[in-house]
Design a protein around this ligand. Structure first.
Ligand code: ADP
Length: 301
């Protein structure tokens, strides 16, 4: 059996999670990377999962590559740049006990992705089955690089790849909301599957219900829409049906980081393995409910 080739494009950062006074635990995370991990864990037999990014040529980057290998994530679309390294963030509890994220990602290697890709037609000659990226993938690129990235996505799409997009809107990564909306419009118009959180659309489009998000995205030509709404579950629009998939209730929510990322990984894994959308969303809700009961983005295997 030939494996389906899935490329997930984005950034993985070094995570410093505060363990109390002056002590931090080092980890690796980033929205698209988290999705790649959860996707690979459930379909490495059937799919060849590739993470598209740029890392440094240093020990911290090497450790990420070792982790990727242990998660069976390939690096055919990963470049090493000697003059840059991974972005980083620190998770610190503020005096009220709320988690605070502090980032150093402005100069990260991943921002140089298009410099390493070069001519998109060369890469696009290498056929794939699915390309996944998020609004964060788009936000860290310059406008020129974003246009080149869309050109690559369009070439892959014309060659038969399914394009999948999660907007993951982070206002502080964008110069203004109009720029984000323009980029998301292009992404949605290329996408066969969209996995937005309802919060993304509330902030950017003033849409308040799953139904409004679905109508908007169907207007952009998205065939399969999955609107995520935290503990309220997800609403799917696929093949003319609207399907509600409740969240799996948990007794104690520990950390909701990567609920959406893990949901996306499990959902796409199930779809790539030929399962129907409802079953895929049920499996995704189950995994996400496990993830919210653990600290950190990536739960130990
Ligand atoms: P995103 O961050 O992408 O908006 P959500 O926060 O909506 O993602 O979460 C995605 C999925 O994770 C939900 O549809 C649900 O199945 C699950 N989930 C999220 N929060 C909880 C929670 N508190 N309890 C149980 N499941 C949850």
């Amino acid at each position: 059996m030939t494996k389906k080739r899935v490329v997930l494009a984005g950034e993985c950062m070094v995570e410093f999670a505060s363990q109390g006074e002056d002590s931090y635990r080092l980890g690796y995370a980033g929205d698209v990377y988290n999705t790649a991990v959860y996707l690979s864990r459930s379909c490495a037999q059937e799919c060849d999962v590739q993470f598209m990014t740029v890392v440094g040529k240093d020990a911290v980057s090497a450790k990420l590559l070792a982790l990727m290998e242990s998660e069976k994530i390939g690096c055919e679309f990963l470049w090493k740049d000697a003059s840059a390294t991974l972005g980083a963030y620190c998770i610190q509890l503020d005096p009220q006990g709320e988690r605070q994220f502090i980032y150093w990602r402005g100069q990260s290697a991943a921002r140089r992705l298009l410099q390493h890709i070069g001519d998109p037609t060369v890469l696009a000659a290498n056929p794939i089955d699915m390309l996944y990226f998020s609004g964060i993938t788009l936000a860290i690129l310059t406008p020129e690089d974003r246009a080149q990235f869309f050109a690559l996505a369009a070439l892959w799409r014309n060659a038969g790849a399914r394009i999948v997009f999660d907007p993951n809107y982070r206002p502080r990564l964008w110069p203004d909301a109009d720029t984000a909306r323009a980029a998301f419009q292009q992404a949605y118009e290329l996408s066969e599957i969209a996995l937005p959180g309802i919060d993304d659309h509330r902030m950017l489009y003033n849409q308040d219900s799953a139904r409004e998000v679905i109508d908007f995205l169907q207007g952009c030509g998205v065939a399969e829409v999955v609107v995520k709404d935290g503990p309220n579950g997800a609403t799917l629009a696929v093949d003319g049906d609207i399907i509600q998939v409740p969240a799996v209730a948990v007794s104690q929510v520990v950390d909701t980081t990567a609920a959406g990322d893990s949901f996306n990984g499990a959902y796409l894994s199930a779809r790539l393995r030929g399962l129907d959308a409802r079953t895929a969303a049920e499996q995704a809700a189950k995994l996400a409910s496990d993830v919210v009961q653990h600290r950190g983005a990536i739960v130990a295997m």
